[in-house]
Design a protein around this ligand. Structure first.
Ligand code: MF3
Ligand code: CO
Ligand code: CO
Length: 301
């Protein structure tokens, strides 16, 4: 009823400001309807496959952990992960060849925000490193990323990594049926602000399933207008990127992929793929080390 009222045209005798208000509402509500109608609700067979894809993506991160040491090149790490995905898990890297992306994973070091391309670059003591893995198994995607600290790093870097993980966990705990997706951004922005970090605005989380990047967009900042009432069977990622300095980013025009902070200060990111359940959500890409701290089945309070 409310929607019908808002999208019907305003009476012609209303003040211009009111007409403008009607028009803005029309745009907003129209966008919401478009977005909601494109969000795919997964059935139980699809969900079962997503559990498997999510588990494999998590296992890749667990498997690579002992190799993330000073002196290793990001190419060597990528090679090990590709072999594991293809030969051990008989899965596919979703990134390799995605819009021409040349490698199996994204490895983003220090001021690299996301989409770092593995190469000859060696890791050094003090680096903070994001490894982002997306696999396809049986037609379904699983997408997750984690920060690694190489050796000893600064207290500020430690805090950036810790706070980014806390922000992801807090956002996950806020997700459940009949909750609004904007809550994710609200919770993340609040935690970032409290710690004097900024939230990247140009890249967001996404619906996921048969598609790598489906509707909805999951924005990590607040306020934002991307309202969506969550329903059981929705699957999407939350993947906040927090920066030590400005939220502004730059894309490397030579390779077309690497995103860095505009001020070259460090950036951190964590990502999980989640499923909205009847009572809250399920973390499809949970690692064993997170069973105590986060847990797979989250009851939304
Ligand atoms: N895994 C990234 C995400 O979280 C996307 C990487 S796309 C690539 O959405 F092409 F850069 F690999
Ligand atoms: Co993602
Ligand atoms: Co990812």
């Amino acid at each position: 009823m409310e929607i019908i009222f808002l999208i019907s045209s305003p009476p012609s005798d209303v003040y211009p400001a009111v007409r403008h208000y009607f028009f803005l509402n029309f745009l907003l509500i129209n966008n919401l309807i478009k977005m909601m109608s494109k969000v795919i609700i997964k059935n139980s067979a699809q969900i079962e496959k997503m559990r498997i894809a999510g588990k494999i993506a998590a296992e890749v991160i667990e498997m690579i952990a002992p190799y993330v040491k000073a002196g290793v090149t990001t190419q060597e790490l990528d090679d090990i992960m590709l072999k594991f995905i293809e030969e051990d898990r008989h899965a596919i890297s979703a990134c390799l060849g995605y819009h021409g992306y040349p490698k199996c994973t994204c490895i983003s070091v220090n001021e690299v925000v996301c989409h770092g391309i593995p190469g000859n670059h060696k890791l050094h003591n003090g680096d903070i490193v994001n490894i982002d893995v997306t696999v396809i198994k049986d037609g379904m995607h699983g997408d997750t990323s984690k920060m690694f600290i190489v050796g000893q790093t600064s207290p500020r870097n430690h805090q950036l990594v810790k706070v980014t993980q806390e922000a992801l966990y807090a956002a996950i705990r806020a997700m459940g049926p009949n909750r609004n997706l904007v809550e994710a951004g609200r919770v993340i922005q609040q935690i970032a602000n409290a710690n004097n970090f900024s939230v990247v605005r140009d890249y967001c989380g996404h619906g996921i399933g048969e598609g790598f990047h489906e509707e909805p967009q999951v924005v990590h900042y607040y306020p934002n207008p991307y309202s969506l009432i969550l329903k059981p069977g929705m699957t999407f990622t939350i993947e906040p990127m927090l920066n030590a300095g400005t939220w502004k980013v730059k894309i490397n025009h030579k390779d077309g992929w690497t995103v860095t902070t505009a001020d070259k200060q460090p950036s951190a990111q964590f990502e999980h793929t989640i499923l909205i359940t009847e009572t809250g959500c399920e973390v499809l890409t949970l690692r064993a080390e997170e069973e105590e701290t986060l847990g797979r089945y989250i009851t939304c309070k």
